[in-house]
Ligand binder design. Structure first.
Ligand SMILES: Nc1ncnc2c1ncn2[C@@H]1O[C@H](COP(=O)(O)OP(=O)(O)O)[C@@H](O)[C@H]1O
Ligand SMILES: [Mg+2]
Length: 354
């Protein structure tokens, strides 16, 4: 099922929880709806589900305008953060519930529930109560229950937020596998950028009710449209700083990050002045002929070594391999890898990458 969202707005008084959203989702795609708390993700999902009435705009499922269609007629499956299972019912009864509710014959309901349980790998647990399951298993029951009616669209609102870190990763892989097996068009709401990037075909990043960028994860990570997206994606965060563009190039406290020639080669004429810039920690690499800085501190994170240093008073983080022998106080020579320095305009939009 293809989804089209056209100029969708939800206002509460003067406040716009969702502001003029436009989004197309292809059949079978998994879309991550990503943004900080309160940016309008759940409101968007609830409008798609028919649980919140839009102030204006339209929602199409395929060719059908569903904007005023009641939730039970939209053929959607919904999964929430808190599972919302019936605690007094067994797993089997939880999964068959939507079918029994729709007067599907019991034998058929049980057969379909067993199919779903198999899909989400819950075989053998059908007679348990939810309280006898782990959080990850409970969430899989909720997914099976959402899918048992064979909906056209699956909507998940922060489905992994109640799980601990390891289960969260396992369960998100499960969701991806299930989604690919069923080939169901899916919207996945999360505030976790890594989660969104790892499972989505495309991500819509929202801020204050407005979609900032809608793109494939890698494209968005490499080419953020503005400083909000640049800072929201990536951990450790992108280094943001103010630097000067002059006749010599890009300068920060006497350090020449780019020559004017290199900057001009990026294809856009950047006028002299002070700009907000960004460079990702992993784009700062050790080299022979870069600029020299002193490591203020060094943090081992397992796979990586995170180095903190300053240029002038501006703090930076650089990510290098954990086998590097380096201590606080050591000098190191760095450069920003080619095509890794993003220069932002005064309104925050990305101007050029060089
Ligand atoms: N019923 C409501 N009345 C007034 N404001 C609301 C209502 N529901 C949500 N909001 C506001 O709309 C904004 C977006 O909420 P929500 O979509 O739940 O954000 P998210 O899911 O991204 O955390 C928030 O600022 C929230 O306080
Ligand atoms: Mg929410």
């Amino acid at each position: 099922m293809e989804i089209k969202i056209l100029n969708l707005t939800k206002a509460y008084g003067d406040f716009k929880a969702v502001d003029d959203m436009n989004l197309s989702v292809a059949d079978g795609e998994l879309i991550g709806l990503l943004g900080p708390s309160g940016c309008g993700k759940s409101t968007t999902l609830f409008m798609l589900a028919g649980l919140t009435e839009p102030t204006s705009g339209q929602i199409f499922f395929g060719d059908k305008d569903v904007t005023r269609v009641p939730p039970e007629d939209r053929e959607i499956g919904l999964v929430f953060q808190n599972y919302a299972l019936y605690p007094h019912m067994t797993v089997l009864d939880n999964i068959t519930f939507p079918l029994i509710n729709r007067k599907v014959k019991k034998a058929e309901a049980i057969e379909r529930a067993q199919e779903m349980a198999h899909l989400v790998q819950l075989d053998g647990l059908l007679n348990r109560k939810p309280s006898a399951l782990s959080g990850g298993q409970q969430q899989r029951v909720a997914i099976a229950r959402a899918l048992v009616k064979k909906p056209q669209v699956l909507l998940l609102d922060e489905p992994l937020s109640n799980l601990d870190a390891k289960l969260r990763v396992e369960t998100r892989e499960e969701i991806k596998r299930i989604q690919q097996e069923v080939k169901i068009t899916t919207l996945f709401v999360t505030h976790d950028q890594e989660e969104a990037m790892s499972i989505s075909n495309r991500i819509a990043v929202m801020n204050r009710g407005v979609v900032q960028q809608y793109d494939a994860p890698q494209a968005m990570y490499l080419n953020p449209i503005n400083s909000f997206v640049a800072q929201f994606l990536g951990m450790p965060q992108i280094n943001m700083f103010e630097a000067k563009v002059t006749g010599r190039g890009v300068e920060l406290n006497g350090v020449l990050l780019r020559t004017r020639e290199q900057l001009d080669a990026a294809g856009k004429k950047v006028a002299d002045g002070t700009y907000q810039m960004g460079v990702r920690p992993e784009s700062l690499e050790l080299c022979e002929d870069g600029f020299t800085v002193k490591a203020d501190s060094v943090r081992m994170t397992g796979r990586d070594l995170l180095i903190f240093f300053k240029i002038g008073t501006t703090e930076f983080r650089a990510l290098t391999h954990s086998d590097l022998q380096l201590r606080a106080g050591d000098d190191l020579c760095l450069r920003a890898r080619k095509n890794s320095l993003i220069i932002f305009d005064a309104d925050g939009s990305a101007l050029v990458k060089c």
